[in-house]
Design a protein around this ligand. Structure first.
Ligand code: BES
Ligand code: ZN
Ligand code: MN
Length: 524
């Protein structure tokens, strides 16, 4: 009986869906090469490890688990045990040991999870395996100390860990590892269903966010960001997409979102993607992301060193889109709206000048003293719009807002700012569960003094040294009604990985997709 259902269920596979390339000529020349990223390994679930594969064994300690579906005899198990002892592999989280020449598997990689293999620890083991075996030409089989439900967690980690952005390499592009990764377990159908229901859509959302952020700014600008997102959501049920161009935004009085973009020939956009799952009639949870497709600083020009990094200044917006893509593709019973405040901050002849006074959609005025403090400006209008139009039950901002948060928290945590303890607690918990961790930072009402302006309602910077990340957060909060549960996540330190982590290859991280996905699921 059992064997029969296993055979029927063999070979449930998931291939990544590469998106078509948005082509075109932009203001600064012809868009580069039109290749797609290298194909990723297809993820499948089966009862038997394929012969000749590289074998990954996930372990909670130094003891080899029973490995059903894997062809290892007593002698081979003994050889692995001896290697474990000699190689000082302890099975702790992050530990690996690579072995060759044992039995029918040309390569065996042991990966540790530690004694309590949480969903996250299992995912990290999968991610670690993906990265260690990046150049491995063979098919990969993954077996070990996980049940059928947990096989999906390992697969999810593998999906995140195998990401790469290589579409513009025309010379020396590493040969893509062809073929498959097979998660070995007794009930592959159950594992495949768990993966398809939650983790595959989440990995798709993270991929969307990483792709958008990794793309250079001559490819992704407000209009093409919108096109890419439309493409990603095409055919997804329950989704409505709304786009405001500059004419529409001017009509609504969005002086900051239009103003930040006016030094660039590329117009600003406001993109709102709403997903309403079946049976969810609550007010939506709103994610509002900073979408500066390039931040030169504007007339308050940034120094040249590292300025290229600012192609990723739309990471917050990208992650709001990724989170909603995940929720929609998995048909989660939630109601969410993602808003991207899209503009290119450039020092063109029509750019805003320091000292200009601009009016937001709320009617409040800002003395714009530094054009490089632009994220808070675009978020003021985007928050007003989402509050007005969607009447959300809470607003979560996500933004690469300040260099100050990098100094405070580096790449370990994103900064969390909120006046609402309940929302803050939910976010902290979602951070722990998802592995995208937050640290709560101060948001004192007395910071109001620091942004008082002599000639307008507020100014966009506080001159001199000070708690820069908190000042930025306070400024955004000034435009949000006290009665609306609101939080702001400053992700300037975590939106890219300088060195690879198990679930985050080097490059743009897609930080926030997993966190916001988790938050939405827990809140309903
Ligand atoms: N996008 C930057 C913040 C940033 C800095 C992100 C480093 C990632 C890495 C933001 O728009 C900015 O320029 N902030 C200024 C604010 C200042 C002018 C008040 C900053 O942090 O220096
Ligand atoms: Zn910026
Ligand atoms: Mn800036």
């Amino acid at each position: 009986m059992r064997t029969k259902s296993l055979l029927l269920a063999a070979c449930l596979s998931f291939a990544a869906t590469p998106h078509a390339f948005a082509q075109g000529v932009t203001g600064s020349g012809v868009v580069p090469a039109t290749a797609a990223n290298s194909a990723e390994r297809t993820i499948r679930f089966a009862a038997q490890a394929p012969a000749g594969a590289a074998l990954v064994i996930v372990m909670t300690d130094a003891t080899l688990p029973p490995l059903d579906g894997v062809a290892l005899g007593a002698a081979e198990r003994q050889a692995i045990a001896a290697a474990v002892a000699a190689g000082e592999f302890d099975g702790k989280a992050g530990a690996t040991l690579s072995l060759r020449g044992i039995g029918a598997y040309p390569r065996i990689l042991l990966v540790g999870t530690g004694a309590t293999p949480t969903s996250l620890a299992l995912a990290e083991a999968g991610g670690k395996a993906a990265q260690e075996l990046k150049g491995e030409a063979r098919a990969i089989a993954v077996a070990g100390a996980f049940g059928d439900a947990s096989a999906a967690d390992v697969a999810y980690g593998f999906a995140l860990g195998q990401y790469r952005f290589d579409r513009y390499k025309t010379v020396d592009r590493k040969t893509p590892p062809t073929g498959t990764v097979t998660l070995v377990g007794a009930n592959p159908a159950a594992a495949a269903a768990a993966f398809a229901g939650r983790w595959q859509p989440l990995a798709d959302g993270v991929r969307l966010s990483r792709d958008l952020a990794n793309e250079p700014a001559n490819v992704i600008y407000p209009e093409s960001f919108v096109a890419r997102v439309r493409e990603a959501f095409a055919g997804t049920a329950g989704v409505t997409i709304e786009v405001l161009d500059e004419t529409a935004m001017r009509r609504l009085g969005m002086g900051t979102l239009v103003g930040v973009g006016q030094g660039s020939p590329r117009g600003s956009r406001l993109l709102a993607v709403r997903y309403r799952g079946a049976g969810s009639d609550a007010a939506p949870l709103a994610f509002v992301g900073k979408g500066i497709t390039f931040d030169s600083g504007g007339i308050s020009l940034k120094p040249g060193a590292g300025m290229w990094d600012m192609k990723g200044d739309m990471s917050g917006a990208a992650s709001t889109m990724g989170a909603v893509l995940s929720l929609a593709k998995s048909r989660a019973p939630v109601h969410v709206v993602a808003v991207a405040a899209l503009a290119e901050n450039m020092p063109g002849g029509n750019a805003q000048r320091p000292g200009d006074v601009v009016r937001t959609m709320s009617g409040k005025t800002i003395e714009m003293l530094n054009s490089d403090a632009e994220g808070r400006l675009v978020l003021a209008d985007a928050n007003e719009y989402v509050a007005d139009k969607y009447k959300p039950r809470a607003i979560v901002n996500i933004a690469t807002l300040t260099g100050s948060i990098v100094g405070a928290l580096d790449s370990q945590y994103a900064g969390l700012f909120s006046r609402d303890d309940a929302l803050a607690a939910q976010l902290l918990a979602a951070g722990t569960a998802s592995g995208e961790e937050l640290w709560r930072m101060p948001l004192h009402k007395n910071y109001a003094k620091k942004i008082e302006s002599d000639i307008a309602d507020v100014r966009n910077i506080a001159p001199g040294a000070g708690p820069g990340a908190s000042i930025g957060a306070h400024f955004i909060g000034y435009f949000v009604a006290e009665t609306t549960p609101w939080a702001h996540l400053d992700i300037a330190g975590v939106n890219q990985a300088d060195t690879a982590l198990p679930l985050v290859p080097k490059g743009m991280s897609g930080f926030g997709v997993r966190l916001l996905d988790q938050l939405a699921r827990e809140g309903e």
